[in-house]
Ligand binder design. Structure first.
Ligand SMILES: Cc1cc2nc3c(=O)[nH]c(=O)nc-3n(C[C@H](O)[C@H](O)[C@H](O)COP(=O)(O)OP(=O)(O)OC[C@H]3O[C@@H](n4cnc5c(N)ncnc54)[C@H](O)[C@@H]3O)c2cc1C
Length: 291
């Protein structure tokens, strides 16, 4: 199918994009990489009267050291995240996860702002934003606000974003010293959306976990953290017996849907397997980082 007819506005500044969104009322859509929006237009799942193209806004694409956090512009492409030395140094779990997002041609165009705003339940970046306690800067012609990833994602393709609002920046705290990480996913073919994925970080002190973070996706409407499993790990060394209990807690915390691709039981089984694998990787890396 071809997309429905729409007007097309090329914005050369954030202010121009916000003005175009405000002028169009409820009927405009931002286009960034277009890798999710264009298929939805072609399938006529969306019929916006105006597309506001933000690709020529120069100050929206950056990866910068912001002291205790990395600041990332909304128009930063997946491939830039994958290859950034700054991300590799301070947030290596992102570098690894990005290699699993779609295919290279899609990663060359797709943007972090687009992925977070689109909020597909099987997308890696929303899960990483939950894992790493990211904050999003959201602007409109009425002003600017900061939203924690925890509050931003509300359901499948549903986020805390008004019609005339735009994400401009994502701020992600750097991983602390002595932190190990793990990422693993299962997809039917390379480049497909994953059936399930798990990402973790473990910060260690005095031979025990000082802080654990476990995020999962493919198990419901939106990525989620496994709070009870995180609590079980805190203050403990990661031993096989503890891992068994943590894996059970991870499985107990999810209620996956059955769909065309996998049953609920299979997805629940999968997140347990992936949790065990990623926690073992993170614990091993944390030992190396602490040495
Ligand atoms: C074949 C295929 C396989 C894929 N596989 C994966 C995968 O495995 N994992 C994965 O995570 N993704 C996958 N994707 C999606 C891809 O990563 C997209 O690039 C991404 O989801 C959307 O980014 P975009 O910049 O292309 O956004 P667009 O398609 O341009 O926009 C998506 C939505 O976000 C809104 N938007 C865009 N930018 C902003 C902004 N700054 N502020 C507010 N709203 C904004 C748009 O209005 C639209 O509603 C796949 C896509 C394809 C076509």
């Amino acid at each position: 199918m071809k997309p429905p007819i729409f007007d097309y506005v090329v914005a050369d500044s954030t202010e121009a994009a916000l003005a175009a969104l405000a002028a169009a009322g409820s009927d405009a859509k931002i286009i960034a990489g277009g890798q999710s929006l264009v298929p939805m237009l072609n399938f006529r799942l969306l019929k916006p009267s105006v597309l506001v193209d933000i690709n020529r806004i120069p100050d929206l694409a950056f990866i910068e050291d912001g002291g205790d956090a990395i600041r990332i512009g909304a128009l930063t492409r997946h491939r830039q995240l994958e290859t950034s030395p700054l991300i590799a140094k301070h947030l290596p779990v992102i570098s690894e996860a990005m290699t699993h997002v779609a295919h290279l041609a899609i990663r060359n165009r797709g943007t972090i702002g687009g992925s977070l705003s689109h909020a597909d339940s099987a997308a890696e970046l929303p899960m990483l934003a939950r894992l790493l306690d990211a904050e999003l800067t959201v602007v409109s012609s009425a002003g600017r606000r900061t939203v924690a990833a925890h509050d931003f994602f509300q359901g499948q393709m549903t986020v805390d974003l008004g019609e005339a609002e735009m994400v401009t920046e994502i701020r992600i705290p750097k991983l602390p010293e002595a932190t190990g990480w793990g990422f693993a996913e299962v997809a039917r073919r390379g480049g497909d959306f994953a059936l399930a994925a798990v990402a973790v970080t473990l910060t260690v002190a005095a031979g025990a976990v000082a802080r654990a973070r476990i995020a999962m996706m493919g198990i419901g409407e939106t990525a989620q953290r496994a709070g009870e499993a995180e609590a079980l790990l805190t203050g403990q060394a990661v031993e096989p017996g503890l891992l068994d209990a943590v894996v059970e807690a991870v499985r107990a915390s999810v209620e996956p849907n059955t769909d065309l691709h996998a049953s609920s039981d299979y997805r629940r089984h999968l997140v347990g397997v992936l949790a065990r694998r990623t926690l073992s990787d993170a614990w091993r890396r944390a030992q190396g980082a602490a040495a």
